[in-house]
Design a protein around this ligand. Structure first.
Ligand code: ATP
Length: 505
């Protein structure tokens, strides 16, 4: 489904609303509606369970959003958490200069993908890897992409803003809105939001809204390690809000100014970090697949331009409606953060290793995923228009949200066949009451049964339970499966355990 339709579906079905909509909205800030908050909570629970509950050596934390301002000096964010911005003089539109170049690269890549698709159709025993490594046009484009990406990475890491502008001009990149190539110089823009503590304004009292949750974990490293008596390797997981004053935020909840991160910092012995980096890369990729995301919509993308704290970094990219983009980052952060905090605070942040009988600052491997981006990935993967057989045997189209049952806002809808037959509605309410403590369920008696099924399909409810006249005789109900449309007759007394099995898998 295209991006515009996904956005309107989100509003129509109570997933996401523009913040402060009655005042014409606040740019890049969004509110989650009744179905949205359920889906978002389910994403967070699924992540938390797989990280904290399933790993004896990973524990949780919920640190405050405000932190001592020195935190952000130590982490490098005050000095280096910048994006390069550029304005188009004619359209007056502002852009991230690096993103303009990345989008240019993506266009070349799209041409290669198109050639691959064409060739795929022509040959039965098509070998994509072979085609990509031998086809002249593809190789030529690949070389060009590598050159552009390499030069951009170099300019980004050395802060050479002049070269970024030169690249934009040499590639003749035009403003997507006006088509004009009349650009300002590139400037650095710090992404941190600031406010002040108490009522005295001044540099010393400046507070920042955290731009990542990770620092709350680093400064609590010893508190957590000592209070839980964890031994290396061990991890600390946290879910929480982060804030970034993004230069451009035009892609719905993909790039927000207030968003939520699910981060885990894994503390390891120095020298073992690459092993754990590989481990978490694979583990996180499997996590995405466990939710039914097809492998061809996911890919690894190594960073060309490493952040100031990392010695290796990879993104898990997802194929959003606007192309492959970062969904999650896995970073080997070395001992950078803990060492910096140690220096600025004057407090030791070292681990005593009983096996080696020595103290050291651990190395860290981080997994960091945006909850909102995960939400958008699940919606864009799951939302589909389908042709299905009607009750009377004809065909009709339906909009269905194929979410993994564990993520679905409601697990089950209980539907009496008719609204104005009290025996039916009473029996249906009894079934609903027997389930509501175990699952998030809905009771719906309004409209014809077909329309009620469609409403549940559109919000991703995996199972509909129908109560009909036979139910009153045999105490059985019909379960309809959202994806296969198959119907199964089961005893009411078995319903809860059956649904539990289906949902928990
Ligand atoms: P990008 O390159 O897209 O700006 P990033 O590399 O700055 O992202 P990280 O600092 O690695 O992102 O943050 C970890 C995760 O947090 C990202 O993978 C993404 O899912 C999420 N994230 C980062 N910025 C935003 C944002 N503005 N809105 C929503 N999610 C975000």
């Amino acid at each position: 489904m295209d991006f515009k339709n996904i956005i309107s579906h989100c509003k129509e079905y109570g997933f996401i609303f523009q913040s402060s909509e009655i005042y014409d909205g606040l740019s890049a800030v969004y509110d989650y509606g009744p179905n949205g908050v359920e889906l978002k909570n389910n994403i967070k629970n699924y992540w938390w369970k797989s990280m904290v509950q399933m790993h004896q050596n990973i524990v949780g934390l919920d640190a405050a959003i405000f932190m001592h301002p020195k935190t952000w000096k130590a982490s490098g964010h005050v000095d280096a958490f910048n994006d390069p911005l550029i304005d188009n003089k004619d359209s007056k539109k502002r852009y991230r200069a690096d993103v303009l170049i990345e989008d240019y690269i993506a266009k070349i890549e799209a041409k290669n993908d198109k050639d691959v698709q064409k060739a795929k159709k022509r040959f039965d025993d098509f070998d994509e890897a072979m085609f990509r490594s031998t086809n002249g046009r593809i190789l030529e484009r690949q070389k060009k992409m590598d050159e552009i990406a390499g030069r951009l990475a170099k300019a980004m890491s050395s802060g050479d803003l002049g070269d970024i502008k030169a690249q934009i001009e040499e590639l003749e990149i035009a403003c997507p809105v006006s088509g004009s190539k009349n650009w300002t110089d590139v400037r650095q823009f710090n992404l941190m939001f600031s406010t002040q503590l108490g009522n005295i304004a001044g540099e010393e009292d400046k507070l920042y809204l955290r731009p990542e949750t990770a620092q709350g974990i680093f400064v609590n490293f010893l508190n957590v390690q000592k209070s839980t008596r964890q031994k290396l390797p061990f991890g600390i997981a946290q879910i929480g809000k982060a804030f970034r004053n993004e230069i451009v935020a035009r892609q719905f909840i993909f790039r927000m100014r207030e968003f939520e991160q699910m981060e885990m910092q894994f503390f390891v012995q120095p020298g073992s970090e690459m092993k754990w980096y590989e481990y978490w890369k694979e583990t996180r990729m499997k996590w995405h697949q466990s939710l039914g995301t097809p492998i061809d919509k996911l890919r690894f993308h190594d960073h060309d331009n490493l952040a100031h704290y990392a010695n290796a970094a990879v993104d898990i990219q997802f194929q959003f409606p606007f192309g492959f983009k970062e969904l999650e980052g896995i970073h080997s952060r070395t001992d950078f953060d803990l060492t910096q905090h140690q220096e600025l605070s004057g407090r030791k942040l070292q681990y005593f290793d009983p096996e080696l009988n020595e103290n050291y600052v651990p190395y860290v491997v981080e997994t960091s995923i945006g909850c909102d981006r995960m939400f958008l990935a699940m919606l864009s993967n799951g939302l589909q228009e389908e042709t299905v057989p009607d009750a009377d045997g004809k065909e009709s189209t339906r909009t269905v949200l194929k979410l993994h049952p564990q993520l679905a806002p409601s697990k089950c809808a209980v539907l009496p066949l008719l609204k104005n037959k009290e025996e039916l509605t009473k029996a249906a309410r009894d079934v609903y009451d027997s389930l509501k403590l175990s699952f998030n369920c809905q009771y719906d008696e309004k409209d014809a049964i077909g329309r009620r099924y469609r409403r549940q399909d559109a919000v991703g409810t995996p199972y509909c339970v129908t109560i009909d006249f036979e139910t009153l005789e045999d105490n059985c109900v019909t379960i309809r499966d959202r994806d296969t449309l198959s119907q199964e007759r089961v005893k009411i007394e078995d319903l809860k355990s059956l649904l539990f099995k289906k949902i928990e898998g």
